[in-house]
Design a protein around this ligand. Structure first.
Ligand SMILES: NC(=O)c1ccc[n+]([C@@H]2O[C@H](COP(=O)([O-])OP(=O)(O)OC[C@H]3O[C@@H](n4cnc5c(N)ncnc54)[C@H](OP(=O)(O)O)[C@@H]3O)[C@@H](O)[C@H]2O)c1
Length: 338
């Protein structure tokens, strides 16, 4: 089988190789033929060696994928050959709080990821693809969509109906957050640094949009748009670059779901409004399998279709990863396998 391996850190060291097919599955193992892989910002950092340079090399990168079950071990109960499945990001996080072991069980570093033709996965770490989605669409769910779901639902608000949500940016996580929040009945404000992308989110149902470069004091606009109250929840992907404004955008008692650090991971931030306004800052690490399965039901019932900006062939994987790091995309970039 073909697989991409990073022999050393740096995208220039990502090469396709011929590797032996996995052996016949034992116990509860499931062999999956990967049909599509989707890219996350994390993959660009992992390839560069800046996510965690202690991850073991060589490493097959990428966390997200979808494919077909082609063989099962003798003790597998949950799946049959021919089922369409997606591996979960944290392979041992099934429900409840994560633990240290869970945090070390993520695909695409430290565990080998999805950028290969065939992979073996324990049955507990697979989720069935919603019937309404194709492989490329399904490949976008395990990391980006589940992160948005965890932020809004699992660790977010008791109800989305009537709530107001501020979504920063128009990347993979943010577009899913828009779709899930609208499906739940929330009012959604989206920020972007690009007018064209703001037009696109309006067509998708965003109630208000803000150009964050033209309105650098965007937290003031958010407060105006919510009659001075502030939003109930912020999808915070900017990190240190935007956290202070996100805290000022949220209502007293509201939630800032801290997901990304696109604008920096460290900085001096005035924490006074967090306590004075009883704000909850909730760190999000993708999510557990139970949340993933609940999200898949919501995606089917609400007919949510993942937004794929562009699809690439397996041979073009390094180009696709480079494109993601440019940040010009809207929604998801996907790699499709034969
Ligand atoms: N904690 C987790 O479990 C988890 C899971 C997934 C992702 N993440 C993190 O979340 C972030 C987004 O991930 P992604 O995969 O959705 O990335 P992505 O698809 O590459 O999207 C990034 C988008 O964010 C916007 N952006 C860029 N810099 C920004 C800034 N300084 N402030 C606000 N927005 C900014 C841009 O949108 P515009 O062009 O519209 O401005 C850009 O297209 C990354 O930091 C990633 O590592 C974390």
């Amino acid at each position: 089988m073909r697989a991409y391996e990073l022999a050393r850190w740096g995208l220039e060291h990502l090469n396709a190789k011929e590797l032996p097919d996995p052996p016949e599955p034992e116990g509860c193992d499931v062999v999956v033929r990967v049909r599509a892989v989707s890219l996350n910002y994390r993959d660009t950092l992992v390839c560069a060696g800046s996510y965690n340079p202690k991850y073991p090399l060589p490493l097959v990168p990428c966390s997200d994928g979808a494919g077909d079950v082609i063989a099962i071990g003798p003790d597998v109960k949950r799946f049959r050959i021919g089922d369409r499945v997606m591996p979960i990001f944290s392979q041992s996080w099934l429900d409840g709080d994560p633990d240290e072991q869970t945090l070390r069980s993520s695909l695409g570093g430290p565990l080998h990821g999805t950028l290969r033709e065939i992979m073996t996965v324990p049955e507990q770490a697979l989720v069935r693809v919603p019937d309404s989605l194709g492989y490329a669409e399904a490949a976008t769910l395990p990391c980006a969509a589940l992160t948005a779901w965890s932020a809004l639902v699992t660790y977010g608000l008791s109800t989305l109906a009537g709530a107001s949500v501020l979504v920063l940016g128009t990347g993979g996580v943010s577009i899913f957050a828009l779709q899930i929040a609208k499906a739940g009945g929330a009012q959604v404000i989206v920020t972007s640094g690009d007018h064209e992308k703001l037009e696109r989110v309006k067509k998708m149902g965003a109630d208000h949009v803000i150009h964050y470069r033209e309105q650098p004091e965007w937290h003031r606009t958010v407060r105006e748009l919510t009659s001075g109250r502030g939003v109930d929840l912020v999808i915070e992907v900017g990190g240190a670059g935007s956290l202070e404004r996100s805290i000022k955008s949220v209502r007293p008692g509201g939630v800032v779901s801290l997901i990304g650090i696109l604008g920096g991971k460290a900085g001096a931030i005035d924490l006074t409004p967090v306590l004075m306004r009883n704000v909850r800052i909730q760190g999000i690490l993708v999510g557990h399998r139970a949340g993933f399965e609940a999200m898949c039901r919501a995606i089917e019932q609400n007919k949510i279709r993942p937004v794929i900006d562009q699809s690439y062939a397996f041979e073009e994987a390094p180009t696709a990863i480079e494109e993601l790091s440019r940040g010009a995309h809207f929604g998801k970039l996907v790699i499709e396998l034969p």
